[in-house]
Every structure is written in C-alpha cells, then in structure tokens.
Ligand binder design. Sequence first.
Ligand code: SF4
Length: 207
Amino acid sequence: MKRNLQIKELFLKNFDKPVTELKFKNLYELIVCVMLSAQCTDKRVNLITPDLFKAYPDIKSLANANLASLKSYIQSCSFFNNKAQNLIKMAKAVCENFDGEIPLNEKDLKSLAGVGQKTAHVVLIEWCGANFMAVDTHVFRVSHRLNLSKAKTPEATEEDLTRIFKDNLNYLHQAMVLFGRYTCKAKKPLCKECFLNHLCTSKDKEI
Ligand code: SF4
C-alpha cells in the first residue's frame, strides 16, 4: 500500500469520526466559536463562551452588541479587539444580507467579516460534514513532519492534503488537529506512542 494511503487509513482507524473540542449548541454558536478560536486554544474559547452566549444568545443580539461590552466578554482571547469588531460586522451582515440565517456555502461564508477560508471550511466540516480540509497550526505541522506537503502556506498545504486524501477530509482534518494537539506536539512530540512512527522520517522525531 502506498505510504500516503497508509497514513490516511491509520488516521481514520485511530480517530473514530472525531469532532471538534469546541462546545456549541447551534450554528450561530459554532461560527462564533470558530472565529474566536483563530490563534487561540479551544480550551480558552470554551471558558469564554458560556457567559458570552448568555449575553448574546443569537445573531440579532450580537449584531446589536455594544463593542466595548462585547470586548469585555472576550478579552482573554487573543486579538480580542479585532475579533469583537468582526463578530459584530459578521452578525450585522448575516441579518442584513441573509435574513438572519448563517449561510452554509463557502462563497457566502467568506463574504462575512472575519471569515476566511479556514473558518468557512471548519464551519462546513463541523455543521455539514462537508468534504473539506482546513489547515491550522496543528495540521500544518503534522503535514510537514509526515512529508505530506512541503508548501509554505496553509492554503497550499490544504491543496496538497485535498489532492492526496480526496475523501473523508472532514474526519481527517479533525484527526490531524487532535493528533497535532496531543501526540505530534510542537515541542516534545510523543513519538514513542505514535501510530505513525514507522512512516515518519521527520527531523523532529524523538528517538
Ligand atoms: S513519529 Fe513523532 S514527529 Fe513523527 S508523526 Fe509521530 S509524533 Fe510526529
């Protein structure tokens, strides 16, 4: 079996239909969680959102939020100034352009403030099980250590992974996030217990 296919099958075998660690109850909460999680940990976002969603329980209340008040709820999140502005702009655009319904296609999602390709893909992966890859810091590191991509940007890495894996991309995305977060960590990867050890030739591999 080809090496890349072996890697794909081992990810799918070791992570049984994995889902995000972000906590959300509906699509509105999901998009807010994903926007907050950019360059921030899921753990931190999960600490912020219970009070945030009590104060702003739906897209309309977020669209009408006072900027300073919103910032006070998310100030422990990285880049909270920009994120607060984008959250309000995103919510206003959903209310004005999409009748208050968060759109579920890539083009319309990407038209919203603060929603780039990665955020749009993660929303579609988590809400619809869409066959998309999304590349965050974990997926980027894991892809390069496993020599699945040599690309310099997340976008080009996403293209490589999409071309190599083709299907089950939603599960593979989430598996690679969790694998990078808990096993193939940036510092001191847990190579001894890694199920891909025999396929890995990374210079970062701990012997
Ligand atoms: S062997 Fe180590 S560096 Fe290689 S994929 Fe596994 S955890 Fe990452």
